[in-house]
Design a protein around this ligand. Sequence first.
Ligand code: NAD
Ligand code: ZN
Length: 270
Amino acid sequence: MPGPPLAQAGPLVERLRRPDARITVLTGAGVSAASGVPTFRGADGLWKNFRPETLATAEAFGRDPKLVWEWYAWRRLRIASCEPNDAHRVLADWSRRFPRFQLITQNVDGLHERAFAKVTDRSAAAEATARRAPDASGVIRLHGSIWEVLCWRGCAASPPRWRDETVPFKEIPPRCLHCGDLIRPGVVWFGEPLDPEIVGAATEAADCDVFITAGTSAVVYPAAGFIDIARRKGAYTVEINPEATPATGTVDLALRRGAEVVFAELNRGL
Ligand code: NAD
Ligand code: ZN
């Protein structure tokens, strides 16, 4: 049985206590698990026996937009009743506590943004990130947001993307207010490129002193590659995940517990 996180986390806590430490955290679906948001590869993440990889693609949407939107509508409904947990709250607190803290997330659920929005006195680094993408509240969002949509055809009358928190939709698939054609979720699908500016921001953030990857199965690239960048740049690397992943053997410290438990304990130890 793994011991309590702080028993092994001495070298991490010591680094977190250094003033001006550059701390970067990369999160995945597991960080929202304690809030009740299903992860992608867990049994709970399956919907009507479809694997996410067969629904989260432009081809699937082109073939059957109603089916894909039904899945996103189900996820939006579930997420709408979820609250940020201790992992989201501690990371939001760190954006105030550490002047050079950066958060990169693969999550599209908006829970980090909700926790971050409550922090009013953010550090300069968090403010600089927030200026780049004000709607992301200082979080580097690799895969977009389930609460944003865009016109499927990209009609000239519509903005590049906009926020839509309708739950439930009156009609599925929902339609573009500007042209009446379909809208699609504002998330990055399998096979689609990430926004180069966001990848640039995440790559810069991976150049840090402490890099923590939490709640991700570490199989989806390029997100999974940031830990390698961090290691090459000399960062102390940490994984927080109750299960082993391809990254486990490569990190300086693997804490095999839930992110909501580990971040809360780390925060108490600072
Ligand atoms: P994942 O479901 O692949 O992995 C979740 C990880 O969290 C697992 O390793 C699990 O052991 C761990 N975990 C479970 N409970 C935890 C807890 N309490 N604390 C810490 N860890 C816990 O999710 P992922 O790694 O985020 O997946 C990678 C990315 O793939 C996703 O973030 C997503 O953006 C993308 N993806 C997107 C779609 C889409 O709809 N666009 C579909 C599938 C995957
Ligand atoms: Zn349109």
